[in-house]
Design a protein around this ligand. Structure first.
Ligand SMILES: [Zn+2]
Length: 375
């Protein structure tokens, strides 16, 4: 679950971020204190503190917009939500006195300073679908015990607002800058960054920059993402059903899980038709006990429904999650399922992926199947 701690301890320069229930203490070193004179740093700290309530309100306004990628519309290439969030971010920037530019609903920016060169601060206002299991409404931006809860509080609406308020503090401090500073609000970071491609078609790139994306203090590069489908035609359907049923084999009839490429799935389910449903239920209970996986099974009209609950995590940190699909596959792999392409696929995925989050086995397979390349 996204939540951001909005308290700053008086004596400790520490901000606590809570991501999926895991507290990470990130030290804020105020490194500029060492390179800048004390009074300038003090001035900036005071200016930041003065706007604290406004920063929280602006973050809440932005979090309350469900900016999940959707169907393209006119002026909203990534759907209505991301476009509304982009408009809101630019509106907030204008209310703080900055000039803003919206590049056709793809991406926009607010800018301050003079000179030919600019430093880019690249944030984004789109979010990944919220999934289930929220303690507080995902688009409520509610504050409990000094933490704001909601999708995008950390990734990346909170940091986007922090960046624009930081630029305001710099402006209000009257410190001289050698370059322009541009806070850029993307709206397609989570699904492909076509927003940045559009930006670079129109605008010159910054001479340097960073992205305040979900971690403090700054990220200067981001991992790429490789998205691919493992597909196969399910030509060999379960056969000899009648005989197999007599042999107490299980027929897997439905399987689903996951909501996006870059989230560890936190929910998965399967349906099995069998003459012995209660054996499957008992096997499921035992398997759950042995492995500690949150797996449950129930019976209705001879069909067993199996439900797997995991823990969602961003695709960049899959080891923080629990993969509900793989929990389910691990259990299905123990059942005497009727031979089919689907059963083969489950066995393959169990053997080659399992609970691995670094793609080690899959990459090995890939290397084996790639033709030799010349250097
Ligand atoms: Zn992000």
């Amino acid at each position: 679950m996204d939540s951001i701690d909005i308290k700053r301890e008086e004596n400790e320069n520490t901000i606590n971020f809570s991501d999926y229930g895991i507290d990470i203490d990130i030290s804020v070193s105020y490194s500029f204190c060492q390179s800048m004179n004390e009074s300038a740093a003090e001035k900036l700290n005071k200016l930041v503190d003065k706007d604290k309530d406004d920063l929280i309100n602006s973050t809440q306004e932005l979090v309350r917009i469900k900016s999940v990628s959707g169907e393209p519309e006119e002026g909203a290439p990534f759907g209505e939500g991301p476009a509304l969030a982009l408009d809101k971010a630019l509106e907030i920037a204008r209310s703080l006195g900055f000039n803003t530019t919206n590049l056709d609903g793809y991406i926009g920016y607010a800018e301050y300073g003079q000179g030919p060169d600019y430093v880019g601060v690249l944030a984004h206002v789109d979010v990944v679908a919220e999934g289930d299991g929220w303690k507080y409404p995902p688009y409520g931006a509610e504050i409990h015990d000094g933490k704001m809860y909601g999708r995008g509080t950390i990734d990346d609406k909170g940091p986007a607002m922090a960046a624009i308020y930081a630029l305001k503090a710099v402006r209000d401090s009257n410190l001289s800058l050698t370059k322009r500073v541009r806070v850029i609000f993307g709206s397609d970071e989570e699904t492909g960054t076509a927003d940045v491609e559009h930006y670079l078609d129109i605008e010159a790139p910054p001479v340097s920059g960073f992205t305040p994306d979900a971690n403090f203090p700054a990220i200067y590069a981001e991992k790429g993402i490789l998205t691919f489908d493992l597909a196969r035609n399910l030509t060999t359907k379960p056969s000899d059903m009648r005989i197999m049923r007599i042999l107490f084999k299980k027929n897997l009839t439905a399987l689903q899980g996951g909501i996006a490429y870059n989230i560890v799935p936190d929910e998965a389910s399967a349906e099995i038709i069998t003459r012995t449903p209660y054996l499957v239920v008992a096997a499921c209970r035992n398997f759950a006990k042995e492995t500690g996986y949150n797996l449950t099974a129930e019976v209705a009209n001879g069909t067993v429904s199996i439900n797997s609950v995991g823990l969602a995590a961003h695709g960049s940190v899959p080891y923080k999650g629990k993969n509900a699909v793989m929990q389910l596959f691990a259990f299905l792999g123990t059942l005497p399922l009727i031979s089919s392409d689907m059963k083969d696929a489950i066995d393959f995925i169990n053997a080659k992926i399992d609970m691995e989050t670094d793609g080690n086995h899959l990459a090995w397979l890939w290397r084996m199947s790639l033709p030799e390349t010349s250097h």
